[in-house]
Each structure stands twice: as C-alpha cells, then as structure tokens.
Design a protein around this ligand. Structure first.
Ligand code: ADP
Ligand code: MG
Length: 237
C-alpha cells in the first residue's frame, strides 16, 4: 500500500532524465523528493500523477498498477507551484470545479468544499476571487482544490517556492498540520533542504535522475551514503 515505483525510467528523445528509480512510500507517509534544479523531481512526480508517460518500469498506488491509467483514475491530486487558479471564479467555484466536472451532486459539492474550507481556514473567503486573496490564501485554495477530491495521494510540486520567507515557514506548518489531520500519503517535491528536513517522514535525495539515498531526515543527516548527500543535506539552503 502507498506508492511504489519499480525500475521507473524516463527519457526525452535520446536524453535519459530518470535512469532507474525504485522506491516504496508507505501509506500515510509524508515523502519528500529533494535535489538540485534539473535532477528530475518534477518529471518523477508527473509520472506518478500520470501527466507524463513512463519510458519503462511500473507505478503502483495502494497496491494497484496504475502505470497505464489516466490521471483521473489514479486517486491522486496534484498541487502546482503557480497555483493555477481560475481568476474569474470565486474561491468556492475554484474548489468545486473538478467535482462539477466529475458530475458530483450539488449537496456533495457543498459538503466537500465546506469541509476543505474549514480545514484550510478559508470559510470567510469563499465568495472572493483569487485577486482579492493574499499569496498564502491563494496557495490554500490550490490545496483545497486537491482536498475536495479526497485523493489517497497528494502530490506537491514546490508549492511554496513563490512565497516570501515568512509565509513559507507558516505554510510549512500548515502542511504538516494538514498531513496530521487527513493522514493521506503525500509526496512533496522541493529543492529546499530545510523544507525537506522539516516536513519529511522519508526523504529521497535525487541527483541527475538517480536516487542517491532514501531515509528519515535524521538518518540522512547523521549517516549520509556519499558526499553529495552529506553536502546537500548538511549545507544551509
Ligand atoms: P526538476 O524538477 O528537478 O528541476 P525536471 O524533472 O523538471 O527537474 O527536469 C529534469 C530534466 O529533464 C531537465 O534536464 C529538463 O530539462 C528535462 N526535461 C523536463 N521536461 C522535459 C521535456 N518535456 N522535454 C525535454 N526535456 C525535459
Ligand atoms: Mg521541478
């Protein structure tokens, strides 16, 4: 159960971007993929989401082979770096959007949006458009759009990198709280070591399309397998 990658590979044309990645993420885990820009974090996440085809290997979610499944059938929801909110829709309608697409009943939509708004402290803001919100609130709406779908796996691609330092710290705490509260499996991509160390149950350090080491933050900090991991985890962001 959880998310399992077996010998997953990706090439764009002749360029191998993900070489051979096998990882196991237990159900309910907060997993972080960390590594420098260009190491393949987003590509790996997009393959799990089904937004990018694999060039080899197998992806399982909660015990089911989803390698060839459509994104909508994988039980995952992705939160992007640039929010991707609809500017002309209210907070409510932004969060209701995917449920309406899936032809959910009105009452069900109302309940799920209300619940997400409660968790994310957006209840007061449901009638506003994104332009009227702060950066942190917009990011919460983006997360709310994932929550309403009740995915078994949340995928985050550097969701905090556009926020200022103070807000980043606050949102980090909120994400940790969210994880405790809903207990879903979360896979979080960042190039920021501090984010990785503070959020993760398990960290996967990537470099050039290979996983260099996997383990708890403490394990990687105390006992890095190689100089890259030691330098990357040990050095300040
Ligand atoms: P990260 O998210 O770690 O910064 P990416 O997964 O975005 O890294 O990219 C990994 C490598 O794959 C980079 O060298 C990038 O240029 C390349 N890449 C990503 N997407 C494509 C694509 N659609 N076509 C060609 N190359 C790509
Ligand atoms: Mg990326």
């Amino acid at each position: 159960m959880g998310v399992s990658l077996k010998n997953v590979k990706k090439s764009f044309g002749a360029v191998d971007v993900i070489h051979d990645v096998s990882i196991e993420i237990p159900k309910g885990d907060f997993a972080v993929f960390v590594g420098p820009s260009g190491c393949g974090k987003s590509t790996l996440l997009r393959m799990i989401a089904g937004l990018e085809e694999t060039s080899g290997g197998r992806i399982e979610i909660d015990g089911k082979d989803v390698t060839d499944e459509e994104p909508a059938d994988r039980g995952v929801a992705m939160v992007f770096q640039n929010y991707a909110l609809y500017p002309h829709l209210t907070v409510y309608d932004n969060m209701a959007f995917s449920l309406r697409l899936a032809k959910a009943k009105k009452e069900e939509i109302r309940e799920k949006v209300a619940e997400a708004a409660r968790i994310l402290q957006l209840t007061e803001h449901l009638a506003k458009r994104p332009a009227k919100l702060s950066g942190g609130q917009r990011q919460r709406v983006a997360i709310g759009r994932a929550i309403v779908r009740q995915p078994s796996v949340f995928l985050f691609d550097e969701p905090l990198s556009n926020l200022d330092a103070e807000l980043r710290v606050q949102m980090r705490l909120e994400l940790a709280r969210l994880h405790r509260q809903i207990g879903a499996t979360m896979i979080y991509v960042t190039h920021d070591q501090v984010e990785a160390m503070t959020l993760a149950d398990d960290i996967f350090v990537l470099k050039d399309g290979w996983v260099q080491q996997a383990g708890s933050p403490l394990k990687l900090y105390d006992d890095p397998d190689n100089r890259f991991v030691g330098g990357f985890i040990g050095s300040p962001a």
